[in-house]
Design a protein around this ligand. Structure first.
Ligand code: NAP
Length: 295
């Protein structure tokens, strides 16, 4: 029987509803929470993401401001902008669109964001709390993966979980969150020998690499829950011989669907949920700031 499709659109709508409830609570006394997204230069993927953020913020009542800076902006200037946003009492959440121009170290900028306003969960202080098993704000993509796992109904405690990819924004935090929920976690990367030997053991397989078709059906344990984080643009030729572009994940979806127990699609999986998590993180950050101001 083909795998159950884990519906990211539905999960995203539920998370947005949670965010909207918090926003209403905060807005009553302190006005709509404001999220400022900083974009340096003009990357088309970041622009598309910003447009989607604005639309979704409107849905839940968060005020979204995109602060666009010239591609020539220096690291010093960008740090100055972040400092100003940190000090601005009207701003509840700050996020920085990647990629940044060459010469600006994203880690330096992420360290600069006030941890209480760091709604992407990328400041080392927030990452550290995740390490202690008490995340205050965790990275959005990792939380999106966990939300999809919950939707799948899989029992995480005691499960063999394999994460492919060890980036700071996806693979590593997913591994930590799974460990915090008592899965037995293996994290694979570019130096892993015999990747399939690991993935075939997984009850839960999370793939965050950025290589279309990396995971085929022979690499998946029958009945496993597969979460595909990858976003890849592939060029194909349609039935009429016309070239076209399509977005796919890292998992060969149709073939793996015949083996897995549940699978998240691309699009309509992790990506759909990630932005909703950003809004919930913003709403929760706003609520915590309001509580701190009252104390
Ligand atoms: P990244 O920083 O490039 O990391 C990719 C990871 O995959 C690295 O840890 C890399 O290892 C590892 N890797 C590369 N080739 C491998 C192989 N053959 N076998 C095993 N591991 C391999 O990318 P990222 O930012 O984590 O993003 C990964 C993918 O997820 C991309 O397609 C991205 O667009 C997508 N993404 C989606 C969302 C979402 O919300 N849906 C969010 C973030 C990212 P080394 O570092 O050792 O080379």
């Amino acid at each position: 029987m083909p795998a159950k499709i884990i519906d990211g659109t539905k999960v995203a709508a539920e998370i947005r509803s949670e965010a909207a409830v918090i926003v209403r609570e905060v807005a009553g006394a302190w006005g709509r929470p404001r999220l400022v997204a900083v974009m340096v230069g003009d990357a088309s993927a970041a622009r598309a993401y910003a447009a989607s953020q604005r639309k979704q913020c409107d849905l839940v009542g968060i005020e979204y401001r995109l602060q666009e800076l010239r591609a020539e902006t220096s690291a010093v200037d960008l740090c100055g902008q972040i400092d100003a946003l940190n000090a601005d009492r009207a701003v509840r959440g700050i996020m920085v669109h990647l990629p940044l121009p060459a010469g600006i170290d994203p880690a330096e900028i992420q360290l600069r964001i006030d941890r209480h306003k760091d709604v992407e969960g990328v400041n080392p202080a927030n990452i550290g709390m995740m390490f202690y098993g008490e995340p205050v704000i965790a990275p959005c993509t990792a939380l999106a993966v966990m939300a999809l796992l919950r939707e799948s109904g899989v029992r995480i405690e005691g499960a063999e979980a394999v994460v492919v990819g060890h980036s700071n924004i996806a693979g590593k935090p997913v591994g930590l969150l799974l460990l915090n929920e008592m899965a037995t976690v293996t994290v694979c990367h570019v130096a892993t020998r015999e990747l399939a030997g690991h993935t075939r053991r997984a009850d839960i397989l999370v793939v965050a690499v950025g290589k279309a078709g990396l995971i085929g059906p022979g690499m998946v344990k029958p009945g496993a829950v597969v979460i595909d984080v990858g976003i890849n643009r592939v060029r194909e030729v349609d039935g009429q011989g016309k070239p076209q572009e399509r977005i796919v994940g890292d998992v060969a979806f149709e073939a793996v669907r015949e083996v897995a127990g549940a699978i998240s699609p691309v699009p309509g999986g992790v990506g759909a949920v990630t932005t909703a998590v950003l809004l919930r993180n913003t709403a929760e950050a706003a609520r915590r700031q309001v509580v701190r101001m009252r104390q």
